[in-house]
Write a protein that binds this ligand. Structure first.
Ligand SMILES: Cc1ncc(C[n+]2csc(CCOP(=O)(O)OP(=O)(O)O)c2C)c(N)n1
Length: 625
């Protein structure tokens, strides 16, 4: 059965699903009515699973909003009407949503609201590994932290129940591997019910947090803590696993780190007591204090910051508990994921006697230089796909730039322009930051051109204010919009550019100098960028070409589709290697004798490489022009 059909099947079933997919079933069972998102790893598969549900069985309204802030606002608005809603996005999305998100805990959200945020310890696909638990504390929101796909499913349902019962917001904090791991899960049944409420009533408020009301709202939200703790207790979300042979040792942990601890303990000589926190904000004092009191030493194992540690140490101090509490001891403890390996190291460093000597010996030997079995994996840096319009753009744009020019990158597939052979893009901050940063770099700077790059999804997401600022404050920059018609980096989600044409918008803003061309027209693009650089004030070049990965995938689905390839005429090829060294398409293979072959597994036959060859030695397979 198709995943989408399974997700709305009314009777119970058992299936192996990814955490992100299991979550959709939980949304369905909980009768979530409105779901919003802006794409970002590790959460996009939630949206793909929703998209897989047959159109006539869609259990709720779903939209990709223009950014995370708007996604949060739309979900909040829907919940004010009495509908359970959910917004989901990635870790750094919370920075964008924060101005709205920070208010949620103060409000009476009558329909209930769940915000699912995919944190990314290890920065697997983010520009940092920020620990959003810091923000959740500040925002005074309840946070549930599942450790596995099964728990992601169960905890969403708890979060929804809690949010509805207390008319509030609850955060479901996922991390990368909880989202992406697969697990066999028993799913409950449900009864399909449709219907959207429109029950907004200001009497449910106050909803205007001005003057003294803001403090009233804070007091009211503080009063929720007691009933929320009762819910946590009743549902056993924080769990103690007692051990008869703990030798006075205990471990407090949460989320995926709990699984790492379980992995390590399989090899241990004895088993410490365990407190697994399913709710990391607010902390359930009673259970923590009783756990501390029952052990002589407690190790707190938490990824990223020392949030649990500091609160638990303060609790112990306040209650005169003398248990030795061990937390982070060096900088490395704050960095990266708590994999089973890292957790094992931490446990050995704390309680060496817990782990058998034989295992410590093997691990010690493995760590000696040269002793680890050599794995010869060639380095494989990230790179643009064959045929990517961004590659043609960078190849052409580089020819227009002076080595003195300053180039500011933004986030998207085009970020890869910073890598050899293009090396265009010397600063990268976060989505939509490039026009603003470029403006700053252009101040007191008549000698060097400043060029900013921006993707089209990002243009709408967070690029607009920076761009409008350049117009408003007369900054002198060239903005190159890398328009590929999709949000490519996160898996081809649609964006507002499908409806609102960027070129029209720019002209509407009153920017006189707006140039546009297809990036495969490389000479033209070089000329346009040169012209733009000579222009005073803001000028924009739209470097346009559809995402070829998306395009090729759609072509391949067509009946009778035959994959074209390019070929190299060995007689014409002078082995200048411009195709390999300057154009840099991964489909080219340089042989030891200097000749160049085409890897037909990669080549999509788009021919964007052809203008790069000074000898015109690149043609299409079969001689086609
Ligand atoms: C605040 C935030 N939200 C989401 C993401 C995930 N993300 C990375 S790049 C990107 C957009 C890419 O689309 P676009 O700007 O069109 O560039 P493309 O990848 O298509 O070249 C997104 C959503 C992020 N890094 N930061």
């Amino acid at each position: 059965m198709k995943l989408g059909e399974l997700l709305v099947q009314e009777h119970p079933f058992e299936e192996i699903l990814m955490g992100n997919q299991a979550l959709v079933r939980a949304m369905v069972e909980s009768k979530t009515r409105v779901v919003t998102s802006y794409p970002g790893s590790p959460t996009p598969e939630i949206a793909s699973a929703i998209a897989d549900i047959p159109k006539d069985r869609q259990p709720f309204y779903f939209e990709f909003s223009v950014n995370e802030k708007v996604a949060t606002e739309v979900a909040f608005g829907a919940a004010l009407n009495g509908n359970l809603s959910c917004a989901f996005f990635k870790s750094v999305g919370l920075n964008v949503a924060l101005d709205t998100f920070i208010q949620l805990g103060l409000l009476n959200i009558i329909g209930g609201m769940v915000v699912v945020i995919g944190d990314d310890p290890g920065a697997n696909s983010s520009q940092n590994e920020q620990d959003n638990r810091n923000i959740y504390r500040m925002a005074r929101v309840t946070v549930l932290e599942p450790a596995s796909p099964k728990e992601a499913y169960e905890y969403y349902k708890h979060a929804a129940q809690l949010a509805v019962a207390h008319q509030t917001v609850v955060v479901l904090r996922l991390t990368t591997h909880v989202c992406h791991a697969r697990q066999k899960i028993k799913f409950a049944g449900y009864k399909e019910e449709k219907g959207y409420k429109t029950e907004f009533n200001r009497e449910n408020g106050p909803y205007i947090p001005l003057t003294v009301l803001a403090l009233e709202m804070k007091r009211r939200s503080l009063k929720r803590t007691g009933p929320i703790i009762s819910f946590i207790k009743k549902n056993g979300l924080n769990r103690i696993d007692k051990s008869k042979d703990s030798r006075g040792r205990g471990v407090i942990t949460s989320g995926l780190t709990w699984l790492s601890v379980m992995d390590v303990l399989e090899k241990a000589e004895y088993r410490p007591g365990l407190l697994k926190l399913g709710v990391t904000n607010p902390l359930e004092k009673e259970v923590i204090l009783s756990f501390l009191a029952a052990h002589d030493q407690v190790l707190i194992l938490e990824e990223l910051d020392d949030i649990l540690e500091n609160q638990i140490k303060a609790m112990a101090y306040d209650h005169g508990i003398s248990t030795k509490i061990i937390g982070k001891i060096c900088d490395e403890d704050f960095v990266g994921e708590f994999t089973p390996d890292k957790t094992m190291d931490k446990i050995i460093a704390t309680w060496p006697e817990m782990i058998p000597d034989k295992i410590k010996e093997i691990r010690g030997k493995e760590k000696e230089p040269g002793n680890f079995p050599a794995v010869n994996v060639p380095e494989r840096p990230a790179q643009m796909c064959p045929g990517c319009g961004h590659r043609s753009a960078f190849f052409a744009i580089k020819k227009a730039l002076d080595e003195n020019d300053v180039t500011v990158a933004d986030i998207g597939c085009h970020t890869l322009g910073y890598m050899p052979p293009y090396e265009v893009g010397e600063v990268l901050m976060c989505m939509g930051a490039s026009p603003g940063i470029a403006s700053g770099l252009s101040l007191y700077n008549r000698e060097r051109n400043v060029v900013a790059f921006l993707g089209d999804s990002t243009f709408f997401h967070a690029g607009l204010p920076g761009l409008i600022n350049t117009i408003f404050n007369h900054h002198n920059i060239t903005l190159i919009i890398m328009e590929n018609g999709t949000t490519a980096m996160t898996g081809h989600q649609d964006h507002a550019g499908g409806i609102i044409k960027i070129e029209t918008l720019l002209k509407g803003f009153g920017i006189d100098q707006v140039f546009a061309c297809d990036t495969y027209s490389q000479e033209k693009l070089t000329t346009l960028v040169k012209t733009s650089l000579k222009t005073e004030g803001i000028s924009v070049v739209i470097a346009r070409h559809p995402c070829m990965l998306k395009f090729t995938r759609s072509q391949q689905k067509k009946q009778g589709y035959v994959q074209k390839h390019i070929s190299i005429d060995p007689k014409a090829c002078n082995q200048t290697h411009t195709c390999v060294q300057a154009f840099g398409c991964p489909s080219f293979v340089r042989n030891s004798d200097g000749s160049v072959d085409v890897n037909t597994d990669l080549c999509i036959g788009d021919g964007s490489c052809r203008p790069s060859c000074p000898e015109q030695a690149i043609g299409f397979e079969g001689g086609e022009k």
